[in-house]
Design a protein around this ligand. Structure first.
Ligand code: GLC
Length: 432
């Protein structure tokens, strides 16, 4: 029995769904994993940051490959990447204001440029234009806001000479795997306690080629409290559906998403998500026991695009009033409505109305008795009736009382559940 384990934490609360073992470090030790992941499950909302030399060009983080830019032409960007002093302070303040609890920044994206001080390459910020360790600034800024620190690190590398030939050339594979393992070692020894390691794109090697078991073992040896994702081709602690919300069966998961259509800064990409979409996505993740990792792509000097600030500020204002309906939420099986999302804490069902229908809001098929109802943000009690088929909340304001989503809290006499099959089969039909 691990003495650090919070005994009030049930496995169900922690994983949302039954947990499974994975074959790596601490295999089968779900109590140990629950301890490491407790803060993360509670948090629900994090900030992803994609920042690198591609931010100088402003045409998406894949610009080097998508435009076929030769290394010799791309490399000089390293001299032009000169951020203003400690821009990460703004990021961390914005993340906090948005109600996020952790941040994950690219320490090296596929382009191969390292934002941290690496002894293994000169293609890193301290030895190039920036002349300073940007990961150090990031870590300090995140901690200053009381948030958890995450590192993204791309295994795929378009710059390292062995990055592609490692697939067929054993000597190259040896050098490249040593390089990547070595960098991960640097990241986890130079900056104190790190909370999340977020691997990305394992191309072109498989788990054996990457020596992923050994990689994770090293990671947990250096940082016993850390959590790792599944992109080094091992299941890790959580899976990472990208640009979509899809609950993993039997494991923890985090949906990551862009704010427009690009992860890295893309000056012309104006496909911004509305604050309403962001809140709805967060609610959808929280309902199914998942996390939402939402991205910003700062410009080369570290400024956050104005539209991103606007969107996250609006989300933060909503979170000021409603965060408690999302953070620490339990898995909620109530899901069906054309204008509401749902979350749950214990016996309380939170009805997140995103298309406000007017004076009456109806939820069908609840099999649990509703004891009381109120508008969550104001605490104002609201009238309701309940019969076999629906709960009808009545005499509500004609216009939505909160924006972009109004939350109505329904306190039930047991865990709120919904049976729409019964509604379809058993609700009396009329004559012909
Ligand atoms: C991808 C992309 C990438 C982005 C990442 C985030 O695999 O290659 O650019 O960093 O996913 O999930």
């Amino acid at each position: 029995m691990n003495t650090n384990m919070n005994t009030s934490l049930s496995r169900r609360d922690c994983f949302g769904v039954a947990a499974t073992a994975w074959s790596g470090f601490a295999a089968g030790d779900e109590t140990e994993r629950a301890r490491r992941m407790q803060w993360w499950h509670e948090a629900k909302f994090g900030m992803f940051i994609h920042w690198g030399l591609y931010s100088v060009l402003g045409r998406h983080e894949w610009v080097m490959e998508q435009e076929g830019i030769p290394v010799a032409e791309y490399e000089p960007l390293a001299k032009k990447f000169v951020p203003k002093p400690v821009p990460m302070r703004e990021w961390a303040k914005l993340a906090k204001r948005a109600g996020m609890k952790y941040m994950v920044m690219t320490t090296k994206h596929h382009e191969g440029f390292c934002l941290f001080d690496s002894k293994l390459t000169s293609y890193c910020a301290p030895k190039q234009g920036a002349g300073r360790d940007l990961v150090k600034e990031y870590v300090e800024s995140v901690r200053a806001e009381g948030l958890r620190v995450g590192f993204y690190h791309s295994l795929m590398d378009w710059h390292h000479p062995d990055g592609a030939r490692c697939e067929k050339d054993e000597a190259a594979r040896r050098r490249f795997v040593d390089y990547i393992h070595g960098q991960i070692n640097e990241l986890l020894t130079q900056y104190g306690k790190i909370d999340v390691l977020w691997y990305d794109v394992p191309w072109p090697l498989d788990a054996a080629g990457w020596e992923s078991e050994k990689m994770n073992k090293m990671v947990f040896g250096l940082q016993p409290d850390i959590i790792v994702n599944n992109r080094n081709r091992l299941p890790g602690d959580f899976s990472t559906p990208e640009q979509r919300i899809e609950a993993a069966k039997g494991a923890a998961w985090e949906a990551c998403m862009t704010m427009n259509d690009s992860w890295g800064y893309h000056a012309a990409d104006d496909a911004w998500k509305s604050p309403k979409t962001v809140v709805r996505n967060l609610v959808t993740c929280a309902r199914q026991g998942g996390n939402y990792l939402f991205n910003i792509g700062p410009t080369a000097d570290g400024s956050i695009p104005a539209e991103s600030v606007k969107i996250l500020t609006a989300v933060g204002q909503w979170m000021d009033r409603n965060a408690a309906t999302v953070r620490g939420a339990d898995v909620c099986t109530v899901s069906r409505s054309n204008y509401c999302g749902f979350t749950r804490k214990g016996n309380t069902l939170y009805v997140h109305v995103h298309f406000w229908p007017g004076e009456t809001v109806v939820v069908a098929g609840l099999t649990t008795k509703v004891k009381s109802a109120k508008l969550f943000a104001s605490g104002k009690p609201v009238k309701f009736t309940q019969d076999d088929w629906r709960v009808k909340i009545t005499e509500l304001p004609a216009a939505a009382p909160d924006n972009p989503v109004t939350v109505i809290a329904l306190e039930c006499d047991g865990e709120p559940k919904q049976d729409m099959d019964r509604v379809r089969r058993e609700k009396p039909r009329g004559g012909v």
